[in-house]
Unconditional design. Structure first.
Length: 185
């Protein structure tokens, strides 16, 4: 087993845990749908966080040819995955504790911490791209991650519905463009 395979198996477990948390939450929301008040912005971000977990796992493949992994690179990569999984966890309501579940209220209560974690994760991933294999940095991807920072900060500090709706639409368009771009590679 190569160092990459060893690392990838651990990252796969962390990401699978995050995806299973989201699926469990979605299932619980569906089971309790009569007492759930939906909100499209919440729904969009919950789908995007799953897509981001899958994308993070997929992008790990670019490091398969790296012969040596330092312990710092290993830990940093695991921390990146943990940021994503924690952000997903923050975005998921507990349906067991509430009679009525208002996803709009829950979203705005969770937004500062959720977006704070996504900002920290984007910075961490950009740094790890440089740290892990400086000769193979994908500057387009790194730049797109860092371009998210002002939007993330804006929605982290704002409770304005129009701001969140607008940034969500921009994020959906950027996600779509990014997925098209990586599909054409």
């Amino acid at each position: 087993m190569t160092q990459f395979e060893y690392l990838a198996s651990l990252i796969s477990i962390v990401i699978a845990f995050g995806i299973s948390q989201v699926l469990r939450s979605w299932g619980s929301l569906l089971n309790n749908r009569r007492r759930v008040s939906t909100y499209w912005v919440y729904s969009a971000w919950s789908v995007m966080i799953v897509m981001f977990m899958i994308l993070f796992w997929w992008e790990l493949w670019q490091y398969r040819t790296l012969e040596q992994w330092s312990f710092v690179a290993l830990v940093w990569t695991i921390i990146n995955a943990m940021f994503i999984v924690l952000a997903a966890h923050i975005l998921l309501p507990s349906t067991a504790e509430q009679r009525e579940i208002d996803l709009e209220s829950f979203y705005y209560q969770s937004a500062p911490l959720f977006f704070g974690l996504t900002i920290a994760g984007m910075i961490s991933i950009a740094v790890s791209d440089i740290l892990i294999d400086p000769g193979q940095v994908h500057w387009g991807e790194t730049t797109s991650r860092l371009a998210w920072l002002p939007f993330g900060m804006w929605v982290m500090v704002s409770q304005n519905r129009r701001v969140h709706s607008s940034v969500t639409i921009v994020a959906l368009v950027l996600y779509a463009a990014f997925f098209v771009a990586i599909s054409l590679k």
